[in-house]
Ligand binder design. Structure first.
Ligand code: FEO
Length: 185
């Protein structure tokens, strides 16, 4: 207990030490929300993987499963950042993901729309970090800004190929084989 403090008062010396790079409440809450978005992304891509599995498109199922793994890693990055900055992780509820699409093209178009949504969330986080003067958070978020450019770009490429393929079953099988070569889990 600090000198002069009454019994029951908090030890401010400990809290001051802990607070050197301690995450602020607003950024902490927003990072916890982002864990939920990233985990929700993993859930959505795993559901899309199951959809492709049911269609017998093993390569696309594999691609979506690898993407689910990437999203899980993103969720863990936010989790670890909160812990590293003496914050408190709070896991929020996940909704049931969509499980049916009209076609492979429809599923990949949905993936693109989802990535645009996530990019918006990362940009919101960056704005919040800057507003709060949290430069450690802004630095951490730079990795995600670049990652989103890559993620959107790779899904756009697949959407473009599927649009070109149209109703050609043979070309779809070839694309399925190509996507099955994606490295990852
Ligand atoms: Fe983690 Fe695909 O955004």
């Amino acid at each position: 207990m600090p000198r002069g403090a009454m019994p029951g008062e908090s030890c401010s010396r400990h809290e001051a030490w802990k607070g050197a790079q301690m995450i602020g409440k607003k950024v902490e809450a927003a990072f916890n929300q982002q864990i939920n978005h990233e985990a929700g992304s993993a859930y959505l891509y795993l559901s899309a993987s199951a959809y492709f599995q049911a269609l017998g498109l093993e390569g696309m199922a594999h691609w979506m499963r690898v993407q689910a793994g990437e999203e899980r890693k993103h969720a863990f990055k936010f989790y670890d950042e909160i812990v590293d900055r003496s914050g408190r992780v709070e896991l929020l509820a996940l909704g049931k993901p969509k499980m049916e699409w009209k076609s492979p093209l429809d599923a990949f178009k949905d993936a693109y729309k989802h990535e645009v949504f996530i990019t918006g969330k990362i940009n919101d986080l960056m704005r919040l970090a800057e507003k709060e003067g949290d430069y450690a958070a802004a630095e951490f978020l730079h990795w995600f800004v670049n990652e989103q450019v890559e993620e959107e770009q790779q899904v756009v490429r697949i959407v473009q190929m599927l649009e070109r393929i149209g109703d050609s079953g043979g070309a779809l099988v070839m694309l399925d084989e190509e996507l099955g070569e994606r490295k990852g889990e």
